[in-house]
Design a protein around this ligand. Structure first.
Ligand SMILES: [Zn+2]
Length: 337
């Protein structure tokens, strides 16, 4: 599966689409994740080499590569772009830079974006920017102006020690940005990335673990974990919960069966068993929501997405259900957006 740079082909990830976002190291996981969505997104500089190995064995799926340059990985841009093309990338991304939060001034953000835009034009590539979530929440107009001026497709990774879309104003910022900036993709995101697709963005690449659902930059304090049970995406309430919490609701009488082929109606509480891997369920449940968004009429996608968030919200705190009490801030923001 080789495509010469610049060869004419349909770039499926430029259209409304989604993929699962997985690290380059686990080839079996890549094959599993490639069963879902329109493409697969591979994180890390070894992505192209590992996809070449899989392609030699017959693997064929549109692929995007996140080189994670924003995390300090050194990748010469021209070589990295060629590597992606040789591995059949749906489109090549720049290595990626981190854009810091500066509460006083947008100069650094604007300078970095202009530099990256020039490089992207030279190499016929997509910009890859990891941005501090506060820029989305508080500087989205300047950000979208800069992306419009860049005249290139952009892939965005949101950075925050917790959920970047839980920052006050971040969902509204993403709504505005996805409506204005041309060809916006969200990488290393959670299901909120599908909101951007629904509003007018291109592609959402959704991660399956806390470290691949957003980016935590150096110096950002990650939350300390006390409960180490599996994290499970609960499709009916559109959020991630720990298996121990789910088991608690279940023992209080909540019905938490998953109707998808991963679980065939069995309860999600069973993932409390540390020997059971919830990844297959999480892939199926995220992809099910992705398909729901993409199957909506393009004119109704935003409304369908918001309605899905409202329906999910209505399942919280139901008397007699004993499920989760309060939706997390991101879901509330989408539902009331
Ligand atoms: Zn399931």
């Amino acid at each position: 599966m080789t495509n010469a740079a610049g060869a004419a082909k349909l770039q499926v990830t430029m259209l409304p689409s989604f993929s699962l976002y997985v690290t380059a190291s686990n080839l079996e996981r890549i094959k599993q994740a490639a069963e879902f969505g329109d493409a697969i997104t591979i994180a890390g500089p070894k992505g192209p080499a590992n996809i070449n190995k899989l392609c030699a064995g017959g693997f064929a799926k549109p692929v995007l590569f996140d080189g994670t340059g924003y995390a300090g990985v050194e990748l010469p841009a021209d070589r990295w772009v060629s590597e992606q093309h040789r591995a059949g990338a749906d489109r090549a991304l720049l290595p990626g830079v981190f854009v810091r939060w500066d509460k006083d001034d947008d100069t650094e953000m604007l300078t970095v974006i202009a530099e990256q835009a020039r490089m992207a034009a030279d190499l016929d590539a997509t910009l890859l920017l990891a941005i501090d979530g506060r820029l989305l929440a508080k500087r989205h107009t300047a950000l979208s102006d800069a992306l419009i001026a860049a005249e290139r497709p952009t892939a965005l990774v949101l950075a925050d020690p917790r959920d970047p879309l839980a920052i006050k104003g971040a969902v509204a910022g993403l709504r505005s940005l996805a409506g204005r900036a041309p060809h916006l993709s969200m990488l290393r995101c959670d299901h909120g990335g599908l909101g951007a697709v629904a509003i007018g963005g291109g592609h959402a690449a959704m991660g399956l673990s806390t470290s691949t659902r957003h980016f935590v930059a150096t110096g950002m304090k990650a939350r300390r974990l006390v409960d180490n049970t599996a994290r499970v995406f609960v499709r009916s309430v559109l959020d991630w919960y720990r298996a121990a919490e789910i088991a608690g609701w279940s023992s209080a009488g909540a019905q938490l069966g998953c109707p998808l082929k991963c679980c065939c109606g069995e309860s999600l509480a069973r993932y409390l068993d540390g020997d059971l891997d919830a990844t297959w369920h999480n892939m199926n449940a995220l992809a099910d929501f992705g398909e729901f968004v993409l199957n909506a009429d393009p004119d109704d996608r935003t409304a369908e997405f918001v309605n899905a968030c409202r329906s999910a919200m209505s399942r919280y705190g139901l008397a007699g259900i004993h499920g989760p009490d309060l939706p997390k801030p991101q879901l509330t923001s989408w539902a009331f957006s």
